[in-house]
Design a protein around this ligand. Structure first.
Ligand SMILES: [Zn+2]
Length: 258
């Protein structure tokens, strides 16, 4: 069982050591900004480390939207992050499913995802797996509810898209955690990574507020069961810095008995 944490990008390997983590996830650029990522001086150290590296794409990216002033830059920025993530030896680039605006046809949003992969192929291909993550909120989300996830996968499955399951987002988004891995895998065929987070909010609240495991509204046993069933690495994206995340990682290891 590989368990890690979302950490500050400054010194990710030190942050992993401080938390007893086998894996780290971090941003390569401002998550709220459109700047392309810069090369990292620690790229070689990250590449050769025993610690698994995952990169999270900026939140501003929305490749699904019908607004082409967001969609086109999103596509380009996603590819730039994919290349930069591969340069640090990352195992995957996590990106949110995105959404369309109210009144827009969501079918076009799924097709925009297909076009994103087609664009990347035309530009020389993706150098690492893109892991599409389920999200918690909104009425027009691409990957909140699994009926839409099914439609997304009909559009992108042929490109070898990967999936990242966030337990907080599933709970807050209105998908039960019991047997969730089977339901996801029946659609995607794969789960590449689990974001193991508790939720401060109630089921189907649509709110995205992560909490430390056992501290929120989710039974930690369900999170452990999902990690086990997925047989995938897990990353905690939880508050409390070194102390909070170390405790979350320890809790997962203890409950998983590994
Ligand atoms: Zn997440």
């Amino acid at each position: 069982m590989r368990i890690g944490a979302h950490v500050d990008p400054a010194e990710p390997l030190d942050a992993a050591a401080a938390r007893g983590a086998d894996a780290v996830q971090f941003f390569l650029a401002d998550p709220q900004g459109w700047k392309s990522p810069a090369a990292r001086p620690d790229a070689e150290a990250l590449k050769t480390s025993d610690v698994d590296v995952y990169i999270h794409a900026p939140y501003v990216i929305n490749v699904a939207t019908l607004n082409n002033r967001i969609r086109i830059p999103s596509r380009k920025l996603l590819l730039a992050h994919a290349r930069a993530a591969a340069a640090v030896g990352a195992k995957g680039l996590i990106v949110h499913g995105g959404h369309v605006n109210a009144g827009d046809d969501i079918a076009v949003g799924f097709d925009n995802w297909r076009k994103t992969f087609a664009y990347a192929e035309k530009e020389g291909g993706l150098p690492l797996p893109i892991l599409i993550e389920n999200t918690a909120g909104g009425d027009h989300a691409i990957a909140r509810r699994f009926d839409n996830l099914k439609r997304l996968w009909d559009a992108v499955g042929e490109f070898g898209a990967g999936f990242c399951l966030d337990t907080c987002h599933a709970h807050a988004g209105g998908e039960e955690l019991l047997d969730i891995v089977d339901r996801v895998k029946s659609i995607t065929g794969r789960i590449d990574l689990i974001h193991a987070n508790d939720s401060k909010d109630t089921f189907d609240s649509g709110r995205d507020r992560h909490d430390n495991l056992g501290n929120g509204k989710i039974d930690p046993e369900l999170v452990v069961a999902a990690i086990r069933a997925a047989d995938a690495p897990a990353i905690v994206e939880t508050p409390g810095g070194v102390e909070g995340q170390t405790a979350d990682i320890a809790l997962l290891r203890e409950k998983a008995g590994s």
